[in-house]
Ligand binder design. Structure first.
Ligand code: NAD
Length: 283
């Protein structure tokens, strides 16, 4: 029987650890605080923001909500970010993506102070990750490493294949696995003979955004599979990039969808926010 990696349990552990850290900070007069900015009325974004605020309340992080209309001028958003950058009581700033079409996402992300960039998307934090300097790491890839560590799965020396090279999942996941001393191959839509590459892997991270794409033919026996994908199947139920039932007998460990990587993303946001507040402790 393969190990089913329990993201829910691990995410809860991390949130409980962050709650203790938040209490310690409060005892020193530091109230961890995250500003959450939502522009527009996209229902999915509103649900994500609601979930993040709920986690903040659980951990003991003050969350300040800024809900701006869809028609907000980019300049107005940049001014708000500049104010929050200066506000000593705000430790983390999160702008929920995607932004309305008239806004330049890169410009907005670049406006957030790298020291408050709890999503880890600012180029300075990307550079820090590349060069092995401490900084904020994007939450989904950070969650993947936590899932592996806390499930007793060794990364060092292992052949790791990441499927996908996006800036929010594939690339940072590859860099993090490399930082953990894995031997990493990053693959993408133009990769030739993907199956030959994934078949070598001890650890496969599937983030191609293609439902049930990875079947047992892509894997070697005993591989560890981390499924990042989130999709609705033909019955409107959630599924991942991996065909869970098909690969089940072949793998040694696997994350389910839901209950695997997805829940970790929010927990790691709490981790990043507490890390940001701890910087105040050091100032
Ligand atoms: P994306 O569309 O930005 O990137 C997909 C990547 O997969 C690209 O780099 C592309 O080159 C690669 N790819 C596509 N087809 C491929 C193929 N046939 N072979 C190899 N590579 C291929 O997507 P993303 O934002 O990185 O997200 C990937 C998946 O993860 C999506 O299903 C998304 O919903 C999910 N996701 C989950 C979380 C979470 O919290 N669990 C967070 C972010 C994204």
């Amino acid at each position: 029987m393969p190990q089913i990696i329990d993201g829910k349990k691990i995410a809860q552990e991390i949130k409980d650890e962050m709650k203790i850290e938040a209490d310690k900070l409060r005892a020193q007069g530091i109230i961890p605080c995250m500003a959450v900015i939502l522009v527009g009325d996209d229902p999915a974004s509103a649900v994500y923001v609601g979930g993040k605020r709920k986690d903040c309340a659980y951990v003991g992080i003050e969350s300040r909500a800024y809900e701006l209309p869809k028609t907000t001028a980019e300049e107005e958003l940049l001014t708000l970010i500049a104010q929050l950058n200066e506000d000593k009581n705000v430790h983390g700033i999160l702008v929920q993506l995607p932004l309305p079409g008239h806004m330049d996402e890169k410009k907005v992300i670049n406006a957030i102070s790298p020291d408050k960039d709890v999503d880890g998307f600012h180029p300075v934090n990307v550079g820090r990750l590349c060069t092995g300097v401490e900084g904020f790491v994007p939450c989904t890839p950070a969650g993947i490493v936590q899932l592996l560590h806390r499930s007793g799965i060794k990364i060092e020396g292992k052949e790791c294949v990441v499927i996908g090279r996006s800036n929010i999942v594939g690339k940072p996941a590859s860099l993090l696995l490399l930082r953990e001393n894995g031997t990493v191959t990053m693959t993408h839509s133009k990769t030739e003979n993907l199956m030959d590459i994934t078949k070598r892997a001890d650890i496969v991270v599937a983030a191609a955004g293609r439902p049930k794409f990875i079947t047992k033919e892509y894997l070697k026996k005993g591989a560890v599979v981390i499924d990042v994908g989130i999709h609705r199947n033909e019955n409107n139920k959630l599924c991942g990039d991996v065909d869970f039932e098909d690969v089940f007998e072949k793998v040694s460990a696997i994350t389910p969808v839901p209950g695997g990587v997805g829940v970790m993303t929010r927990a790691m946001l709490m981790y990043n926010c507490i890390s940001a507040a701890k910087r105040e402790e050091l100032l």
